[in-house]
Ligand binder design. Structure first.
Ligand SMILES: C[S@@+](CC[C@H](N)C(=O)[O-])C[C@H]1O[C@@H](n2cnc3c(N)ncnc32)[C@H](O)[C@@H]1O
Length: 242
């Protein structure tokens, strides 16, 4: 696994996937977290927040802490989300010794390759939730829905850089493990273009695993209402019962 995408290419994410395109998604995810709460959402922790594209749309009056395992991603996020607290660390073991109304894990869970990793992520969320707090898990896919396919995108930045990418999601094995080949074409402001091939190993876990681990950890599943998924990602909303 190379994962240059989250290290040497970190500064390209605002070009590859423009943060302004995340406004509706951010509002929607905050609305879903609110559905899991019986009090107003005043604070949340985003685990695996990458370059802060969602966080950049969170209103100032909501306290938000952003976490990622890659310092390069957080450096970009600090510029996009000035004034927000950023914490570098593995979401499986993070312990900030404080609590939030909600925890969000969006588009990260497939990087956690084993059931033990998912359990550790749920325990991290639990450690950071106040009583009655809401946990919103948004895996890109689960074992029951994962499909081979391609995705593409890119953008043009006001700083003169442009970027395009193709993601090739290969056929998953029977357990839901699959490989994604990324091809990035990156054009510098001076017109120079370079190409990067990056390989990621991902895992689609069964829905029942999430259900079981959440219940064992003391969460109660909450129906996210008419919104069962966003952009292909499944919404798994749960509320801490103790
Ligand atoms: C696809 S990006 C996430 C995007 C972001 N959550 C969003 O919705 O815009 C995946 C991110 O997860 C981070 N990541 C992967 N494993 C992690 C872990 N164990 N702990 C914290 N972050 C992790 C990667 O560094 C990367 O920035």
């Amino acid at each position: 696994m190379s994962e240059q995408a989250y290290t040497s290419l970190a500064s390209w994410w605002p070009v590859l996937s423009p943060p302004q395109d995340y406004d509706e998604l951010a509002v929607l995810l905050m609305g879903v977290m609110q559905q899991g709460l019986t009090r107003p959402l005043k604070s949340f922790l985003e685990l695996g927040s990458a370059t802060g594209h969602l966080g950049s749309h969170v209103p100032e009056q909501i306290e938000l802490v952003l976490n990622d395992i890659r310092p390069e991603m957080l450096e970009v996020s600090r510029a996009l989300c000035p004034g927000r607290e950023h914490v570098c660390g593995d979401l499986r073991t993070l312990n900030l010794d404080r609590r939030f109304d909600a925890v969000l894990i969006h588009d990260v869970l497939m990087y956690l390759l084993t059931p033990e990793d998912i359990e550790a992520a749920i325990q991290t969320a639990k450690r950071h939730l106040s009583p009655g707090g809401a946990l919103l898990l948004v895996p890109d896919a689960v074992l029951e829905t994962v499909q081979p396919g391609i995705a593409q995108g890119g953008g043009d930045s006001p700083d003169g850089r442009s970027a395009r990418f193709l993601e090739w999601h290969h056929e998953p094995d029977a357990q839901g493990a699959f490989r994604v080949d990324f091809s990035f074409l990156l054009r510098e402001a001076n017109g120079e273009i370079h190409q990067v091939h990056d390989v990621h190993q991902l895992q689609a876990h069964p829905y029942a695993l999430y259900e079981r681990l959440l219940e064992e950890a003391g969460f109660e599943l909450v129906d996210p209402g008419e919104l069962a998924e966003v952009h292909g990602g499944l919404l798994i909303l749960a509320k801490l019962t103790d």
